[in-house]
Design a protein around this ligand. Structure first.
Ligand code: M6R
Length: 401
Protein backbone atom coordinates (compact mmCIF):
# COMPACT_ATOMS: atom_id res chain seq x y z
CA UNK A 1 0.00 0.00 0.00
CA UNK A 2 1.40 3.39 -0.97
CA UNK A 3 0.32 6.46 0.99
CA UNK A 4 0.71 9.66 -0.99
CA UNK A 5 0.02 13.00 0.72
CA UNK A 6 0.49 16.42 -0.78
CA UNK A 7 3.84 17.86 0.27
CA UNK A 8 5.01 14.63 1.92
CA UNK A 9 7.21 11.78 0.74
CA UNK A 10 5.50 8.63 -0.45
CA UNK A 11 5.19 6.01 2.33
CA UNK A 12 4.89 2.33 1.57
CA UNK A 13 3.51 -0.24 4.00
CA UNK A 14 2.73 -3.95 3.75
CA UNK A 15 -1.01 -4.57 3.76
CA UNK A 16 -0.60 -7.84 5.72
CA UNK A 17 1.12 -6.45 8.80
CA UNK A 18 1.38 -2.68 8.22
CA UNK A 19 5.19 -2.73 8.42
CA UNK A 20 7.04 0.04 6.62
CA UNK A 21 8.83 -0.86 3.37
CA UNK A 22 11.82 1.14 2.18
CA UNK A 23 11.46 1.40 -1.59
CA UNK A 24 14.39 0.80 -3.89
CA UNK A 25 13.86 3.72 -6.29
CA UNK A 26 15.30 3.41 -9.78
CA UNK A 27 15.15 6.32 -12.19
CA UNK A 28 14.10 5.13 -15.64
CA UNK A 29 15.82 6.75 -18.58
CA UNK A 30 12.70 7.62 -20.55
CA UNK A 31 12.61 10.24 -23.20
CA UNK A 32 9.27 12.07 -23.38
CA UNK A 33 9.31 12.11 -27.17
CA UNK A 34 9.52 8.32 -27.17
CA UNK A 35 6.29 7.99 -25.25
CA UNK A 36 4.26 10.37 -27.40
CA UNK A 37 2.35 9.29 -30.49
CA UNK A 38 4.61 11.20 -32.87
CA UNK A 39 1.93 11.94 -35.47
CA UNK A 40 0.40 8.44 -35.50
CA UNK A 41 -3.24 7.88 -34.56
CA UNK A 42 -2.38 5.20 -32.06
CA UNK A 43 0.64 4.01 -30.10
CA UNK A 44 0.22 0.58 -31.67
CA UNK A 45 0.68 1.97 -35.19
CA UNK A 46 3.64 4.04 -34.07
CA UNK A 47 5.21 1.02 -32.44
CA UNK A 48 4.64 -1.14 -35.53
CA UNK A 49 6.41 1.49 -37.61
CA UNK A 50 9.25 1.79 -35.11
CA UNK A 51 10.35 -1.79 -35.72
CA UNK A 52 13.14 -1.10 -38.22
CA UNK A 53 14.73 1.14 -35.58
CA UNK A 54 13.94 -1.04 -32.57
CA UNK A 55 15.48 -4.10 -34.26
CA UNK A 56 18.64 -2.06 -34.89
CA UNK A 57 18.58 -0.97 -31.23
CA UNK A 58 18.22 -4.62 -30.16
CA UNK A 59 21.39 -5.66 -32.00
CA UNK A 60 23.36 -2.40 -31.74
CA UNK A 61 26.76 -3.04 -30.17
CA UNK A 62 26.06 -6.78 -30.24
CA UNK A 63 25.96 -7.64 -33.92
CA UNK A 64 29.25 -6.46 -35.33
CA UNK A 65 28.53 -7.49 -38.91
CA UNK A 66 31.67 -5.95 -40.44
CA UNK A 67 33.87 -7.87 -37.99
CA UNK A 68 31.80 -11.06 -38.16
CA UNK A 69 31.26 -11.05 -34.37
CA UNK A 70 28.32 -11.28 -31.99
CA UNK A 71 29.22 -9.72 -28.66
CA UNK A 72 26.88 -10.16 -25.69
CA UNK A 73 28.38 -9.59 -22.26
CA UNK A 74 25.84 -11.64 -20.33
CA UNK A 75 26.28 -14.65 -22.64
CA UNK A 76 30.07 -14.27 -22.96
CA UNK A 77 30.44 -14.14 -19.16
CA UNK A 78 28.53 -17.41 -18.80
CA UNK A 79 29.65 -19.08 -21.98
CA UNK A 80 30.61 -22.45 -20.50
CA UNK A 81 27.14 -22.75 -18.92
CA UNK A 82 25.55 -22.08 -22.32
CA UNK A 83 27.86 -24.42 -24.22
CA UNK A 84 27.38 -27.23 -21.72
CA UNK A 85 23.63 -26.78 -21.33
CA UNK A 86 21.68 -30.03 -21.70
CA UNK A 87 18.61 -28.07 -22.68
CA UNK A 88 17.03 -24.66 -22.50
CA UNK A 89 13.67 -24.18 -20.82
CA UNK A 90 11.86 -21.02 -21.89
CA UNK A 91 9.14 -19.53 -19.67
CA UNK A 92 6.91 -16.66 -20.77
CA UNK A 93 3.30 -15.59 -21.35
CA UNK A 94 1.30 -14.30 -24.34
CA UNK A 95 3.29 -12.73 -27.13
CA UNK A 96 6.54 -13.33 -25.24
CA UNK A 97 5.64 -17.04 -25.20
CA UNK A 98 5.27 -16.88 -28.98
CA UNK A 99 8.75 -15.33 -29.19
CA UNK A 100 9.87 -18.27 -27.05
CA UNK A 101 8.42 -20.69 -29.62
CA UNK A 102 10.38 -18.96 -32.38
CA UNK A 103 13.46 -19.27 -30.16
CA UNK A 104 12.83 -23.01 -29.87
CA UNK A 105 13.27 -23.31 -33.63
CA UNK A 106 16.29 -20.97 -33.53
CA UNK A 107 18.18 -22.78 -30.76
CA UNK A 108 17.39 -26.23 -32.10
CA UNK A 109 18.10 -25.39 -35.72
CA UNK A 110 21.16 -23.18 -35.36
CA UNK A 111 22.78 -24.43 -32.15
CA UNK A 112 21.32 -27.95 -31.81
CA UNK A 113 20.32 -27.35 -28.18
CA UNK A 114 17.04 -29.02 -27.13
CA UNK A 115 14.43 -26.50 -26.00
CA UNK A 116 11.18 -26.68 -24.10
CA UNK A 117 8.82 -23.71 -24.13
CA UNK A 118 6.47 -23.43 -21.19
CA UNK A 119 3.63 -21.13 -20.28
CA UNK A 120 4.96 -19.55 -17.08
CA UNK A 121 1.51 -19.98 -15.52
CA UNK A 122 1.63 -23.77 -16.04
CA UNK A 123 5.30 -24.18 -15.18
CA UNK A 124 4.91 -22.53 -11.79
CA UNK A 125 2.19 -24.92 -10.66
CA UNK A 126 3.78 -28.14 -11.88
CA UNK A 127 6.69 -29.80 -10.24
CA UNK A 128 9.01 -29.20 -13.20
CA UNK A 129 12.15 -31.27 -13.54
CA UNK A 130 15.06 -28.86 -13.64
CA UNK A 131 18.63 -30.11 -13.80
CA UNK A 132 21.72 -28.09 -12.94
CA UNK A 133 22.81 -28.21 -16.58
CA UNK A 134 19.56 -26.64 -17.78
CA UNK A 135 19.30 -22.97 -18.60
CA UNK A 136 16.00 -21.23 -17.99
CA UNK A 137 15.28 -18.23 -20.21
CA UNK A 138 12.47 -15.94 -19.07
CA UNK A 139 11.07 -13.61 -21.72
CA UNK A 140 8.98 -10.58 -20.81
CA UNK A 141 8.41 -7.16 -22.30
CA UNK A 142 7.28 -5.51 -19.08
CA UNK A 143 9.46 -7.55 -16.77
CA UNK A 144 6.55 -7.49 -14.31
CA UNK A 145 4.34 -10.41 -15.38
CA UNK A 146 3.39 -12.19 -12.16
CA UNK A 147 3.37 -15.71 -13.61
CA UNK A 148 6.77 -15.29 -15.28
CA UNK A 149 8.22 -13.83 -12.11
CA UNK A 150 6.88 -16.77 -10.07
CA UNK A 151 8.26 -19.25 -12.63
CA UNK A 152 11.70 -17.63 -12.31
CA UNK A 153 11.60 -17.87 -8.51
CA UNK A 154 10.62 -21.54 -8.76
CA UNK A 155 13.40 -22.28 -11.27
CA UNK A 156 15.93 -20.53 -9.07
CA UNK A 157 14.76 -22.45 -6.01
CA UNK A 158 15.59 -25.63 -7.94
CA UNK A 159 19.10 -24.37 -8.60
CA UNK A 160 18.61 -23.27 -12.21
CA UNK A 161 20.60 -20.53 -13.88
CA UNK A 162 18.01 -18.05 -15.12
CA UNK A 163 18.60 -15.67 -18.01
CA UNK A 164 16.13 -12.83 -18.67
CA UNK A 165 15.15 -11.26 -21.97
CA UNK A 166 13.28 -8.11 -20.92
CA UNK A 167 12.46 -4.76 -22.39
CA UNK A 168 11.85 -2.63 -19.32
CA UNK A 169 15.13 -1.69 -17.71
CA UNK A 170 15.26 -2.28 -13.97
CA UNK A 171 12.00 -4.27 -13.97
CA UNK A 172 11.34 -6.99 -11.40
CA UNK A 173 12.21 -9.81 -13.83
CA UNK A 174 15.40 -8.06 -14.91
CA UNK A 175 16.40 -7.88 -11.26
CA UNK A 176 15.26 -11.37 -10.28
CA UNK A 177 17.11 -13.24 -13.05
CA UNK A 178 20.80 -14.18 -12.70
CA UNK A 179 21.68 -12.20 -15.78
CA UNK A 180 20.13 -11.35 -19.11
CA UNK A 181 19.90 -9.15 -22.16
CA UNK A 182 17.64 -6.16 -22.64
CA UNK A 183 15.74 -5.90 -25.92
CA UNK A 184 16.05 -2.09 -26.07
CA UNK A 185 12.73 -1.78 -27.92
CA UNK A 186 11.95 1.48 -26.12
CA UNK A 187 8.66 2.07 -24.28
CA UNK A 188 5.80 -0.04 -25.62
CA UNK A 189 2.54 1.67 -24.68
CA UNK A 190 -0.03 -0.15 -26.83
CA UNK A 191 -1.41 -3.14 -24.94
CA UNK A 192 -0.91 -5.30 -28.03
CA UNK A 193 2.73 -6.22 -28.12
CA UNK A 194 4.43 -5.52 -31.46
CA UNK A 195 7.99 -4.21 -31.37
CA UNK A 196 8.63 -6.16 -28.18
CA UNK A 197 8.03 -9.39 -30.13
CA UNK A 198 10.43 -8.65 -32.99
CA UNK A 199 13.15 -7.36 -30.66
CA UNK A 200 12.83 -10.44 -28.43
CA UNK A 201 13.32 -12.63 -31.50
CA UNK A 202 16.31 -10.52 -32.56
CA UNK A 203 18.04 -10.92 -29.19
CA UNK A 204 17.28 -14.65 -29.03
CA UNK A 205 18.55 -15.09 -32.62
CA UNK A 206 21.83 -13.42 -31.65
CA UNK A 207 22.28 -15.86 -28.77
CA UNK A 208 21.38 -18.88 -30.93
CA UNK A 209 23.76 -17.81 -33.69
CA UNK A 210 26.60 -17.20 -31.27
CA UNK A 211 26.15 -20.56 -29.56
CA UNK A 212 25.73 -22.35 -32.91
CA UNK A 213 29.04 -20.94 -34.10
CA UNK A 214 30.91 -21.67 -30.86
CA UNK A 215 29.53 -25.21 -30.76
CA UNK A 216 30.72 -25.81 -34.29
CA UNK A 217 27.19 -26.33 -35.59
CA UNK A 218 27.46 -23.22 -37.79
CA UNK A 219 30.66 -22.89 -39.81
CA UNK A 220 32.29 -19.45 -39.83
CA UNK A 221 31.09 -18.81 -43.35
CA UNK A 222 27.51 -19.79 -42.54
CA UNK A 223 27.66 -17.73 -39.34
CA UNK A 224 28.92 -14.73 -41.33
CA UNK A 225 26.18 -15.18 -43.86
CA UNK A 226 23.54 -15.25 -41.11
CA UNK A 227 24.82 -12.14 -39.40
CA UNK A 228 24.98 -10.23 -42.69
CA UNK A 229 21.41 -11.33 -43.39
CA UNK A 230 20.26 -10.27 -39.92
CA UNK A 231 21.78 -6.84 -40.44
CA UNK A 232 19.59 -6.47 -43.56
CA UNK A 233 16.35 -7.20 -41.68
CA UNK A 234 15.54 -3.58 -40.62
CA UNK A 235 15.65 -2.45 -44.26
CA UNK A 236 13.40 -5.35 -45.24
CA UNK A 237 10.96 -4.48 -42.44
CA UNK A 238 10.80 -0.95 -43.94
CA UNK A 239 9.82 -2.55 -47.25
CA UNK A 240 7.03 -4.57 -45.62
CA UNK A 241 5.72 -1.44 -43.88
CA UNK A 242 5.26 0.13 -47.30
CA UNK A 243 2.47 -2.43 -47.94
CA UNK A 244 0.45 -0.53 -45.33
CA UNK A 245 -2.21 0.75 -47.75
CA UNK A 246 -2.73 -2.63 -49.44
CA UNK A 247 -3.16 -4.26 -46.05
CA UNK A 248 -5.69 -1.59 -45.08
CA UNK A 249 -7.74 -2.52 -48.17
CA UNK A 250 -7.73 -6.20 -47.21
CA UNK A 251 -8.75 -5.23 -43.67
CA UNK A 252 -11.78 -3.38 -45.07
CA UNK A 253 -12.98 -6.59 -46.77
CA UNK A 254 -12.72 -8.79 -43.66
CA UNK A 255 -13.51 -6.36 -40.84
CA UNK A 256 -16.90 -7.95 -40.15
CA UNK A 257 -15.77 -11.57 -40.21
CA UNK A 258 -16.79 -13.33 -36.98
CA UNK A 259 -13.88 -15.79 -37.12
CA UNK A 260 -10.47 -16.06 -38.68
CA UNK A 261 -7.95 -18.88 -38.98
CA UNK A 262 -4.17 -18.39 -39.11
CA UNK A 263 -1.92 -21.11 -40.48
CA UNK A 264 1.85 -21.47 -40.69
CA UNK A 265 4.49 -24.17 -40.48
CA UNK A 266 7.95 -24.36 -38.92
CA UNK A 267 9.23 -20.91 -38.02
CA UNK A 268 5.92 -19.48 -39.20
CA UNK A 269 3.79 -21.56 -36.84
CA UNK A 270 4.43 -19.21 -33.85
CA UNK A 271 3.78 -16.31 -36.23
CA UNK A 272 0.33 -17.78 -36.96
CA UNK A 273 -0.36 -17.95 -33.21
CA UNK A 274 0.84 -14.37 -32.79
CA UNK A 275 -1.26 -13.13 -35.72
CA UNK A 276 -4.38 -14.73 -34.20
CA UNK A 277 -3.62 -13.27 -30.75
CA UNK A 278 -3.19 -9.77 -32.23
CA UNK A 279 -6.53 -9.98 -34.02
CA UNK A 280 -8.55 -11.30 -31.09
CA UNK A 281 -7.12 -8.98 -28.46
CA UNK A 282 -7.71 -5.70 -30.29
CA UNK A 283 -10.63 -6.39 -32.65
CA UNK A 284 -12.52 -9.01 -30.55
CA UNK A 285 -12.82 -11.28 -33.60
CA UNK A 286 -12.44 -14.91 -32.67
CA UNK A 287 -9.19 -16.14 -34.21
CA UNK A 288 -7.18 -19.34 -33.99
CA UNK A 289 -3.59 -20.05 -34.96
CA UNK A 290 -2.68 -23.57 -36.08
CA UNK A 291 0.25 -25.42 -37.60
CA UNK A 292 -0.95 -25.70 -41.21
CA UNK A 293 -0.70 -29.51 -41.29
CA UNK A 294 -2.94 -29.84 -38.24
CA UNK A 295 -5.81 -28.38 -40.24
CA UNK A 296 -6.91 -31.80 -41.45
CA UNK A 297 -7.21 -33.00 -37.83
CA UNK A 298 -10.12 -30.73 -37.06
CA UNK A 299 -10.10 -27.06 -38.08
CA UNK A 300 -10.74 -27.90 -41.74
CA UNK A 301 -14.35 -28.55 -40.69
CA UNK A 302 -14.70 -24.80 -40.04
CA UNK A 303 -13.83 -23.80 -43.57
CA UNK A 304 -16.53 -22.47 -45.85
CA UNK A 305 -17.00 -19.35 -47.97
CA UNK A 306 -17.32 -17.20 -44.82
CA UNK A 307 -14.02 -18.19 -43.24
CA UNK A 308 -11.00 -15.98 -43.89
CA UNK A 309 -7.78 -17.97 -43.59
CA UNK A 310 -4.48 -16.15 -43.23
CA UNK A 311 -1.72 -18.46 -44.46
CA UNK A 312 1.95 -17.65 -44.01
CA UNK A 313 3.31 -19.30 -47.13
CA UNK A 314 6.83 -18.00 -47.54
CA UNK A 315 9.20 -19.83 -49.89
CA UNK A 316 11.59 -21.36 -47.36
CA UNK A 317 10.66 -24.23 -45.06
CA UNK A 318 7.82 -26.51 -46.05
CA UNK A 319 6.60 -24.35 -48.88
CA UNK A 320 5.18 -27.17 -51.07
CA UNK A 321 3.23 -28.60 -48.16
CA UNK A 322 1.76 -25.19 -47.34
CA UNK A 323 0.76 -24.77 -50.99
CA UNK A 324 -1.21 -28.02 -50.79
CA UNK A 325 -2.86 -26.79 -47.56
CA UNK A 326 -3.88 -23.65 -49.45
CA UNK A 327 -5.37 -25.79 -52.23
CA UNK A 328 -7.38 -27.72 -49.63
CA UNK A 329 -8.78 -24.45 -48.26
CA UNK A 330 -9.57 -23.20 -51.75
CA UNK A 331 -11.41 -26.44 -52.57
CA UNK A 332 -13.71 -25.66 -49.62
CA UNK A 333 -14.25 -22.06 -50.73
CA UNK A 334 -12.33 -20.52 -47.83
CA UNK A 335 -11.02 -17.00 -48.40
CA UNK A 336 -7.23 -16.97 -48.48
CA UNK A 337 -5.02 -14.08 -47.42
CA UNK A 338 -1.48 -15.28 -48.04
CA UNK A 339 1.82 -13.85 -46.85
CA UNK A 340 4.20 -14.80 -49.65
CA UNK A 341 7.81 -14.29 -50.65
CA UNK A 342 8.27 -11.52 -53.20
CA UNK A 343 7.86 -12.85 -56.73
CA UNK A 344 5.97 -16.03 -55.81
CA UNK A 345 3.39 -16.60 -58.54
CA UNK A 346 2.17 -20.04 -57.47
CA UNK A 347 0.39 -18.91 -54.30
CA UNK A 348 -0.53 -15.58 -55.93
CA UNK A 349 -2.59 -17.52 -58.48
CA UNK A 350 -4.52 -19.47 -55.85
CA UNK A 351 -4.99 -16.97 -53.01
CA UNK A 352 -7.68 -14.28 -52.86
CA UNK A 353 -5.19 -11.72 -51.56
CA UNK A 354 -1.42 -11.75 -51.20
CA UNK A 355 0.99 -9.64 -49.19
CA UNK A 356 4.58 -9.91 -50.35
CA UNK A 357 7.55 -9.88 -48.03
CA UNK A 358 11.22 -9.83 -49.09
CA UNK A 359 13.24 -13.03 -49.12
CA UNK A 360 15.48 -13.81 -46.14
CA UNK A 361 16.93 -16.80 -44.28
CA UNK A 362 14.18 -19.08 -42.98
CA UNK A 363 15.29 -18.42 -39.38
CA UNK A 364 14.57 -14.70 -39.78
CA UNK A 365 11.27 -14.95 -41.67
CA UNK A 366 9.20 -14.35 -38.46
CA UNK A 367 10.78 -10.90 -38.21
CA UNK A 368 9.16 -10.04 -41.54
CA UNK A 369 6.05 -12.24 -41.74
CA UNK A 370 4.69 -10.95 -38.45
CA UNK A 371 4.58 -7.29 -39.62
CA UNK A 372 1.65 -7.60 -42.10
CA UNK A 373 -0.32 -9.51 -39.45
CA UNK A 374 0.17 -6.68 -36.95
CA UNK A 375 -1.02 -4.15 -39.54
CA UNK A 376 -3.99 -6.29 -40.58
CA UNK A 377 -5.20 -6.57 -36.97
CA UNK A 378 -4.60 -2.88 -36.40
CA UNK A 379 -6.69 -1.76 -39.38
CA UNK A 380 -9.48 -4.24 -38.70
CA UNK A 381 -9.69 -3.04 -35.08
CA UNK A 382 -9.73 0.63 -36.12
CA UNK A 383 -12.48 -0.04 -38.69
CA UNK A 384 -14.53 -1.82 -36.04
CA UNK A 385 -14.25 1.21 -33.79
CA UNK A 386 -12.26 -0.65 -31.12
CA UNK A 387 -9.98 1.00 -28.62
CA UNK A 388 -6.76 -0.25 -30.19
CA UNK A 389 -4.29 0.88 -27.56
CA UNK A 390 -6.42 -0.09 -24.57
CA UNK A 391 -8.53 -3.12 -25.48
CA UNK A 392 -11.24 -4.14 -23.04
CA UNK A 393 -10.36 -6.43 -20.14
CA UNK A 394 -6.61 -6.23 -20.79
CA UNK A 395 -3.72 -4.59 -18.97
CA UNK A 396 -0.28 -3.85 -20.35
CA UNK A 397 1.42 -5.61 -17.45
CA UNK A 398 -0.35 -8.55 -15.91
CA UNK A 399 0.95 -8.25 -12.38
CA UNK A 400 -1.71 -10.51 -10.85
CA UNK A 401 -2.52 -14.17 -11.44
O1 M6R B 1 5.20 -8.12 -20.41
P1 M6R B 1 5.14 -9.54 -20.86
O2 M6R B 1 5.87 -9.76 -22.15
O3 M6R B 1 5.58 -10.51 -19.81
O4 M6R B 1 3.61 -9.79 -21.14
C1 M6R B 1 3.13 -11.04 -21.51
C2 M6R B 1 1.73 -10.96 -22.03
O5 M6R B 1 0.87 -10.46 -21.04
C3 M6R B 1 1.63 -10.06 -23.26
O6 M6R B 1 2.51 -10.48 -24.26
C4 M6R B 1 0.21 -10.06 -23.82
O7 M6R B 1 -0.12 -11.33 -24.31
C5 M6R B 1 0.06 -8.98 -24.89
N1 M6R B 1 -1.14 -8.25 -24.68
C6 M6R B 1 0.03 -9.53 -26.26
O8 M6R B 1 -0.10 -8.53 -27.22
Amino acid sequence: MAIIKLGEDIRIRKIQDNTEVVPDIQQLKLNLEQIEKGGYDHFMLKEIHEQPQSIVDAYRGRLLASKGIIKMGSVDNNISRFLNANRIVIVACGTSWHAGLVAEYLFEDLARIPVEVEYASEFRYRNPIINTNDIVIAISQSGETADTLAAIKLAKSKGAFVFGVCNVVGSSIARETDTGAYTHAGPEIGVASTKAFTTQITVLALIALKLGNLKGELSNSKFNHYIQELSLIPGKVEEVLKMDKEIEKIAAIYKDAPNCLYLGRGFNFPVALEGALKLKEISYIHAEGYPAAEMKHGPIALIDEHMPVVVIATKKGHYDKVVSNIQEIKARNGKIIAIITKGDTIVRDIADHVIEIPETEEAFVPLLSTIPLQLLSYYIAVMRGCNVDQPRNLAKSVTVE
